[in-house]
Design a binder for this molecule. Structure first.
Ligand SMILES: NC(=O)c1ccc[n+]([C@@H]2O[C@H](COP(=O)([O-])OP(=O)(O)OC[C@H]3O[C@@H](n4cnc5c(N)ncnc54)[C@H](O)[C@@H]3O)[C@@H](O)[C@H]2O)c1
Length: 355
């Protein structure tokens, strides 16, 4: 056990900068010693922040003071860098998506076992307030058993240029955002995913999915609909959940939302046809407003929505105090679902899974 664990970062781009900002607050036992990046401009940026700029990856990995390595490069080299770092005796935290394929992650997991190192993944969106609010509200039972969950993130500015547009570097929205949304749902339900259907568009960049829509079915019967979009000028709610006894909606990242739940099923039907705005219909006739209750949802103030919980769970695992909460086995299931989704859009078929 140590008072401080020193972190070396490989790949000091945008996301690594976010790790720097958060860890600089000193809320965890992890602090950054230095970085290596193949781009000299990023090494200069590190120096300006008072960090050590290593002249090579080997120099960083052979620094005996470094306890933990953060792999925060483009996705295609995550596996090889993570394995090399563990060979050099370092614990590793890897940015998401941990690796583009399950095969690569299995090699990383083998290395973690062989070298007896802690290996975890930055699935930081498990503590996003909107997700925590949705999960807690559904688990409270207020809408009854859930049977459909819709999770969407939608922008209209297209995809950022750069490596995200290049397939060989692990680009595309499935690996970029899909990995978070799928991880959230698989973290919420222990049940297996039994089928996946997915369609995608490559509107802006022909090599990669810049938009996708996916349906994944869990063994408990829950149908999860996941959409990541970069060309939606009118957006859906962030979350929309149907339960047997009510409906939940969270509109946006501010967590504005509501639950409308049934307090009287109103299953008495008129003998005669009912005339409504929808024309003559009994099914779609408006219900008695006294038969439902509306509960306003708002931002949960007790949720620590930053990178600290990710690092704390890692330090606890290094110190043998607790198991990782973000386990490689969980990341492996998420990758398998993403690979099934890609297979689905290539074949235009529902893919039966046992994940
Ligand atoms: N967890 C999150 O919420 C989140 C958010 C954004 C990005 N990410 C992930 O973080 C990673 C980096 O994304 P980014 O947005 O910071 O990209 P970026 O392009 O800003 O940074 C990547 C950096 O890695 C460097 N690099 C590439 N290959 C390298 C190598 N072999 N050795 C050393 N340096 C190398 C590049 O020069 C660049 O500076 C990706 O895996 C991405 O998916 C995670």
């Amino acid at each position: 056990m140590k008072d401080k664990y020193l972190l070396g970062i490989i790949g000091f781009g945008g996301m690594a900068g976010h790790h720097y900002t958060q860890l600089s607050k000193g809320n965890t036992k992890v602090s950054i010693k230095g970085v290596f990046d193949i781009n000299p401009a990023r090494l200069e940026a590190a120096k300006k922040k008072g960090l050590v700029a290593y002249s090579s990856k080997e120099e960083l990995l052979n620094d005996p003071e470094i306890d933990i390595v953060l792999v925060s490069t483009t996705n295609e080299v995550h596996a090889e860098l993570a394995i090399e770092a563990m060979e050099c005796g370092k614990h590793v935290i890897c940015e998401k998506p941990v690796t583009p394929t399950a095969e690569e992650l299995l090699l990383v997991m083998e290395a973690a076992k062989k070298y007896n190192k802690v290996f975890t993944v930055d699935q930081n969106r498990r503590t996003n307030k909107d997700f925590v609010l949705m999960k807690k509200t559904v688990e409270s039972g207020v809408i009854g058993k859930p049977y459909v969950i819709e999770s969407r993130v939608e922008g209209s500015r297209g995809m950022p240029s750069g490596w995200r547009t290049i397939k060989a570097l692990g680009g595309g929205m499935m690996l970029d955002w899909g990995v978070h949304l799928i991880d959230q749902l698989m973290y919420m339900f222990d049940e297996k995913v039994t089928s996946v259907y997915c369609t995608k568009n490559s509107l802006q960049y022909p090599e990669v999915d810049d938009n996708f829509r996916m349906v994944m079915i869990f063994a408990n019967g829950v149908e999860a609909r996941v959409e990541v979009a970069t060309n939606n000028y009118i957006t859906h709610p962030r979350w929309y959940v149907l339960g047997e006894n009510g409906t939940l909606q969270i509109d946006d990242w501010n967590c504005d939302g509501k639950v409308v739940r049934c307090i009287d099923k109103e299953d008495k039907w008129a003998e005669e046809i009912v005339y409504t705005k929808a024309g003559p219909t009994k099914t779609m006739a408006p219900r008695n407003p006294n038969s439902v209750e509306t509960i306003t949802l708002s931002e949960p103030l007790d949720v620590e929505d930053n990178l600290d919980p990710v690092y704390r769970q890692m330090v606890d695992a290094i110190e043998g105090k607790a198991e990782l909460t973000i386990k490689p086995e969980q990341a492996l299931r998420v990758i398998k679902v993403m690979q099934a989704a890609m297979q689905s859009w290539e074949k235009n078929e529902v893919i039966k899974t046992d994940i």
